[in-house]
Design a protein around this ligand. Structure first.
Ligand code: GDP
Length: 162
């Protein structure tokens, strides 16, 4: 028997694997600095704000997505009216993809970037400072631990993260 927090587990190996994965991702999120921000020269300032907010970088790459890759990444939005606009935009120039670590990473990063629509974002948030519209909104941040892991896996091999 293995005890994980308040749970008692009858299959120790399975539970340890689950616990390791859960612990790993609950402190990590995935982000992209989007093509509008990279093309306007905001990459450095955005990374600076992210680091000053207490996140550390666990993986990072500068990459331009193909239309197909952008479509796959945003597959969940395929039926939305803005899908093609989103794919065209996200494949229009380079992005910075990164895995970030901090306690409560997913929620804290969503607070740091602000609302999807920069017009509704809080003062001082990354989207308020650097985004121009709901579509071209400077940064992406995962919305759950589960999606953070899926999105990190989309861009990075295990060798590319530490
Ligand atoms: P997020 O989690 O805050 O990024 O927002 P969503 O998951 O709802 O949407 C994903 C991305 O699709 C957003 O970050 C925007 O880039 C884009 N998007 C969302 N809503 C709209 C919209 O109404 N119009 C356009 N053009 N793009 C949108």
């Amino acid at each position: 028997m293995l005890k994980i927090h308040y749970l008692t587990c009858s299959k120790p190996l399975l539970c340890l694997t689950f616990a390791a994965k859960y612990t790993y991702m609950s402190n990590r999120t995935f982000t992209m600095i989007k093509p509008d921000a990279t093309s306007k020269g905001h990459t450095g300032a955005i990374l600076d704000q992210i680091l000053k907010a207490g996140f550390s970088i666990k993986a990072m790459k500068w990459i331009q997505l193909t239309e197909k890759q952008a479509g796959l990444f945003y597959d969940i939005h395929r039926e939305r009216p803005f899908f093609q606009e989103l794919v065209d935009f996200m494949s229009s120039g380079p992005i910075v993809a990164a895995v970030l670590e901090k306690e409560n990473a997913v929620a804290d990063f969503r607070t740091l970037i602000g609302a999807t629509n920069p017009a509704q974002a809080e003062e001082g948030t990354i989207r308020k400072r650097f985004a121009a519209s709901i579509g071209e909104n400077a940064v992406h941040g995962s919305d759950s631990d589960e999606n953070a892991l899926i999105e990190a896996d989309f861009f990075f091999s295990k060798l590319e993260r530490y």
